[in-house]
Design a protein. Sequence first.
Length: 366
Amino acid sequence: MSFRPLDPAKYPQLLTDKVGAVSALFADLQLPEPEVYPSPAEHYRLRAEFRIWHEGDSFFYAMFDPAEPRVPVRIEHFPTASRAICELMEPLRQALGEQLALSKRLYQIDFLSTLSGDTLVTLIYHRRLDDEWQAAAQTVAAKFNIQIIGRSKKQKLILGRDYVLEQLPVDGQHYAYHQYEGGFTQPNGQVNAKMVSWAKARCGHNPHTDLLELYCGNGNFTIPLASHFRRVLATEISKTSVKAAHENFAMNAVENAVVLRMSSEELTSALNKERSFRRLANVDLDSYAIDTVFVDPPRAGLDEASRAFIARFPRIVYISCNPETLHRDLEILTKSHAVKDFALFDQFPYTHHMECGVFLIKKGVI
């Protein structure tokens, strides 16, 4: 059985329905008509995770229907995933199945790919991995020119790199990123490039003012936006993402950005001079002339203090993965700011999930 969760012929209508839903949700706020940025209808997702289901001496990729969580669905074709993942799945399955050292008690396979074609595969086992496994996995990694990580309880073996290298094309430029296994990355690379381009256009060029970015991740937006400002002050709480951001700044020769490993709430408190932090001992917060705030929060949206804090600044660029919490935040922010642009980025086609972008300018500011 082949699991085909999507029908490309239906995508235009599904996107139209999604546009209608987001327009209806925000109708009470009288936002501009959303600019719509569609996804490719197939091969758009840069990562995929599959359980492995064993039958005798063979095994297959499996997923589970929430309605029947105990019944595995065999995956032979998965057009949701990138072409790199789709083209690798079956040859890799066969190669792993040929060696007991690689197939024995294999529980899950995770794929991470990039638009530039780099691919990392994580093999997860219910047994301890030994030298025999490592030698066999090295052979497979070389055969397919991929990175492999082996995982089991309290064990992680990295063969090559534990990240993929992305070259993100935006407005005729390519931005380089280390994207680490287990770290957050945008799942839909082509829509991500459209989001970055949209954000760059809203920020304009501000050689005398600075950008404050909350929830910067691995620098996905930070790096393309850095050239638009004198300096960038960014925050991120994930240790993996902060490490990647520093490496990505260096790869892209970004020298005017600082990323602090602290929450947006902590930085808000520091900028409000409510608390001091040793992590800020070498950062002169008073020297920043912040004119624009960029936020890309988790699904929970902004906390009350951060929402009140960013409302002080003339311009806000807000990327949201949850329209419900975005609506809540805009109910407050539109008291002080006007929404100039509204966008729908279809990061997650064929689902009800919506990614939105909003550009706000303080009322009375031209």
